[in-house]
Design a protein around this ligand. Structure first.
Ligand SMILES: [Zn+2]
Length: 169
């Protein structure tokens, strides 16, 4: 994965971009169980050059997030499918109802950044919820280049920013 060159569009160096990121890594960790990490990467690669999105299913424990499954959900933003995503609310509802009583729940949202770094944008921040984990899969020229997971440090209305969450599989 390391040899793939990730383009760095100019906006990724902008003040607005940098201001959504917290410098330090979180002490918590995101653990992908079974094939969840691979599945997420496969979904991101298959959707290229469009931006894909989906949900993480698992548990939010004291030491972090445990992802047992990932599911693609339709990106209903067709006009800007290359650089924006909007989860289909019906898809969200269906998975949420299915999980009721299962012991698992929706714990995060993943999406891809085609030909862009795996760093969240100001738009991503405005859509982020506290308590959710947000993996971003960078797909460059059709190949997965990097994966980073992010959480928000506080309610966004209270100045919350994205903090990188280390992950393991
Ligand atoms: Zn994004």
């Amino acid at each position: 994965m390391a040899e793939i060159i990730i383009p760095e569009p100019e906006r990724f160096g902008s003040e607005a971009y940098v201001s959504v990121l917290e410098e330090t890594d979180s002490a918590l960790v995101c653990t992908f169980k079974a094939n969840a990490l691979h599945t997420m990467q496969d979904i991101a690669q298959a959707g290229y050059p469009d931006e894909i999105c989906g949900l993480l299913i698992g548990l939010n424990r004291g030491q972090g997030w445990e992802v047992s499954e990932v599911r693609q959900v339709e990106n209903i933003n067709k006009e800007r499918a290359a650089d924006r995503f909007q989860l289909d609310p019906a898809g969200y509802q269906a998975i949420d109802s299915e999980l009721r009583g299962s012991g698992n729940e929706i714990i995060g949202v993943f999406h891809s950044h085609p030909d862009c770094p795996a760093r969240p944008s100001p738009t991503d921040l405005s859509n982020a919820w506290e308590g959710f984990v947000y993996p971003i899969v960078s797909v460059c020229k059709g190949q997965v280049a990097e994966v980073n997971c992010w959480i928000v440090t506080d309610e966004v209305s209270c100045g919350g920013r994205f903090q990188r969450l280390p992950h393991q599989a």
